[in-house]
Design a protein around this ligand. Structure first.
Ligand SMILES: Cc1ncc(C[n+]2csc(CCOP(=O)(O)OP(=O)(O)O)c2C)c(N)n1
Ligand SMILES: [Mg+2]
Length: 356
């Protein structure tokens, strides 16, 4: 049975509530990520991008499905494989592509690069290069929500390799101890750099099960079909909103590209057959397109027209980025400390915490 026809979560209230236009928008969002990433890789090969670049291709249903559930008081934070989440929260291709090319019009003014997309106005807190470094920050976002008595949650994404970092376990401890509305989403793509999950992690049945040691609710499920991702994530989001309870969700997914653009061993640690099988049986975009065609939401021809329009949007973003200026050299001193930029007394004296 293919993921498109498997007993579906289409009947879940959160999915029943989707209009035809909503469903097409979800398709559009996934294709936007795929196309943006394809062009990013091209720009990298052309030597226009410095540093690293970690493509999200293959994992689109996770970011799009989970973020589609969020409201005004919900927040998002993730690791370095962050382009998909950025587009899913509503950032433009222009500001993202410009950031990749190090331009002043980029979302981080060209000073963050691929791993550091940020949009505080969209409750999007990056983009972090230190493996699991975002997990204590996820606790902080959730703490802030509870402290201000806001009904919201923080979705904090991490990889299957990041679960072994101490910071993640310290975060789980505090999330459970203080009952904070943080939802950890382990995007399990099977590998951390060139190391498979089986070679790097000790676990009984799955990685999320470790949450049990902290008394935290957990779930493990497949990340191919948007209906499933939305229905099963919604349970945790609603619970966090109502009771602040944290959760750990492990979502099975797959990355088609190497760990990053600099993955010299990408053909060595996994077989071509494995990659081809995922593309054939688990591609989230193909599966969603089949679902929508099956439901009569749109036709194959409609889907192709959407694909074409998105290709144009991505190409225009490359032109925008190329034509944008690089940041002025002096701007390297800006955006380091908020206090300095805003000329506060603490910024002038350099004494932020200790006055004596
Ligand atoms: C603390 C720390 N250790 C090591 C690295 C190098 N590193 C970067 S990504 C990565 C693998 C992480 O894999 P995973 O958590 O599964 O995420 P994925 O890349 O699959 O999305 C490693 C070891 C790092 N950035 N930070
Ligand atoms: Mg991984």
């Amino acid at each position: 049975m293919s993921a498109a026809t498997a007993p579906s979560h289409a009947e879940a209230p959160i999915n029943k509530a989707l209009t035809k236009e909503d469903k097409i928008d979800l398709y559009r969002e996934m294709v936007r990520i795929r196309e943006f990433e394809n062009l990013s890789l091209e720009q990298y090969s052309a030597g226009k991008i410095g540093g690293f670049l970690h493509a999200y291709i293959g994992q689109e249903a996770v970011a799009v499905g989970t973020i589609s559930l969020l409201g005004d008081n919900d927040h998002v934070i993730t690791a370095y494989r962050n382009h998909g989440h950025a587009l899913a929260v509503g950032m433009s291709m222009n500001e993202c592509m410009a950031e990749l090319l190090g331009k002043a019009t980029g979302c981080s003014k060209g000073k963050g690069g691929s791993m550091h997309f940020f949009a505080p106005d969209k409750n999007y807190w990056g983009g972090h290069g230190i493996v699991a470094g975002q997990t204590p920050l996820g606790v902080g976002l959730a703490y802030g929500l509870k402290y201000r008595e806001l009904k919201g949650c923080a979705l904090c994404y991490l990889g299957d390799g990041a679960v072994n970092q101490g910071a993640f376990h310290e975060s789980l401890n505090l999330a459970a101890l203080w009952n904070l509305p943080v939802i950890y989403i382990i995007e399990n793509n099977g590998y951390s750099m060139g190391t498979s999950q089986k070679r790097s992690s000790a676990y009984p049945g799955c990685l999320a099960e470790r949450a049990e040691g902290y008394g935290i609710d957990w779930e493990a499920f497949d990340g191919t079909n948007l209906y499933e991702v939305r229905a099963r994530t919604q349970v945790a989001v609603e619970r966090a909103h109502e009771t602040c309870r944290p959760a750990v969700l492990e979502i099975a997914t797959y990355r088609y590209e190497g760990h990053s653009v600099a993955d010299a061993n990408k053909a060595v640690y996994r077989t071509k057959d494995e990659i081809e099988r995922y593309k054939r049986e688990h591609d989230p975009i193909i599966v969603w397109r089949e679902v929508l065609v099956g439901e009569g939401v749109f036709t194959e021809a409609d889907a192709k027209a959407i694909d074409k329009a998105i290709k144009k949007e991505a190409e225009a973003a490359v032109i925008f980025a190329e034509e944008s200026p690089f940041p002025e050299p002096e701007s390297i001193f800006e955006d380091v400390y908020w206090e300095v930029d805003n000329k506060t007394e603490a910024g002038a004296t350099g004494r932020h915490f200790f006055n004596d």
